[in-house]
Design a protein around this ligand. Structure first.
Ligand SMILES: [Zn+2]
Length: 333
């Protein structure tokens, strides 16, 4: 049993309280490898932004669960080395699928876990979430739950269609489970293809897809039912067109990739939404830089040559999100 407190991590409780009161959101960035983690920590340290390092089941399988945990421990020390005296870093399990997965994370130093029972019938979601909360709270680990179903694919989590969260269920759910935050479905979606072309309109000038707006009415209903309760948005990458264009210009093929417009995320950040999950944008930033580098430098084969611009491009994206979209800069001095 390793407590996250011993390795300098924090849970989400204070982070979210301050974010809801301050009208900003904390970034939750997924990581699978060293370069992503370096870019996240550099961005958070420079901007003094609280940050949530997210690890999915797929990431644990890809990189090894033990190694990822020690990388997060290293990240705290790295942040201090970069001059961030009091780093506010949370290590969070993304889309925990079972009690055992959550328990194994809690036992090995995670400060926060998500239990995703959103695909289950309501009562089963309540029971599973409650079981995780009861275990997690013994160790002061915070728990994110989910109500409503997001469309799209993220690692092994996938759903063909979304179902908005029902505002009439949130009070009962939050009260009975004791969860610390709630992921809701208001039209965000996992992956780089968040909407089909049929769901979008097309900008007549650029020919680019314009996605349908998020269901802010559902969000506001939920806020009214649970005033000040921390709300989480999954699947909130914006799929920047310049990165998609770079990928496509250098041999890639991502036709009609589309995400959530940043203006809408900016608006959501000012509400009770206090955690915004961003994964695809990091994948796109990395891939765009690598494709461009290989195209321009066909003789390069040292991973450091092409992973350096990849890391720089991810860091630039993380800083942009923190400063220009979520507004979390300077909130963890
Ligand atoms: Zn998600």
């Amino acid at each position: 049993m390793v407590s996250y407190k011993e390795i300098g991590l924090v849970n989400t409780r204070e982070m979210f309280k301050k974010a809801v009161a301050g009208g900003y959101a904390v970034p939750a960035f997924n990581f699978n490898n060293m370069e992503q983690l370096q870019a996240i920590i550099q961005a958070a340290s420079e901007t003094k932004s609280p940050v949530i390092l997210q690890v999915s089941k797929g990431a644990r399988k890809y990189a090894n669960a033990t190694l990822l945990r020690y990388m997060a421990e290293g990240a705290v020390e790295y942040a201090k080395e970069l001059g961030w005296e009091n780093p506010q870093i949370c290590l969070h399990l993304d889309h925990g699928d079972a009690f055992e997965t959550c328990k194994s994370c809690i036992d090995t130093g995670f400060s926060s876990v998500m239990i995703d029972g959103s695909h289950l019938p309501y009562e089963e979601n309540v029971a599973l979430t409650k079981q995780v909360v009861e275990y997690a709270h013994q160790f002061d680990v915070t728990v994110e739950a989910e109500l409503g179903v997001l469309a799209g694919v993220e690692d092994e989590v996938s759903a063909a269609e979304s179902h908005y969260t029902k505002p009439e269920e949130v009070i009962d759910f939050a009260t009975r489970t004791g969860c610390d935050s709630l992921a809701i479905s208001i039209g965000t979606s996992h992956g780089a293809y968040k909407f089909t072309p049929e769901q979008c309109t097309r900008d007549p000038k650029t020919g680019k897809l314009v996605p349908p707006p998020l269901a802010f009415d559902v969000l506001h209903e939920i806020e009214k039912k649970l005033p000040g309760f921390p709300i989480v948005l999954h699947g909130s990458s914006s799929v920047p067109q310049d990165e998609v264009d770079t990928i496509n210009a250098h041999g890639g093929k991502l036709p009609d990739a589309v995400g959530i417009p940043e203006e809408q995320l900016r608006e959501a950040s000012k509400s009770a939404v206090c955690k915004i999950n961003i994964d695809s944008d990091s994948r796109l930033a990395m891939t765009a830089a690598i494709r461009k580098h290989f195209d321009e430098n066909p003789g390069h084969f040292d991973p450091r040559q092409y992973l350096t611009p990849a890391r720089d491009n991810m860091k630039k994206m993380y800083v942009h999100k923190i400063v220009n979209v979520l507004g979390s800069d300077g909130k963890a001095e």
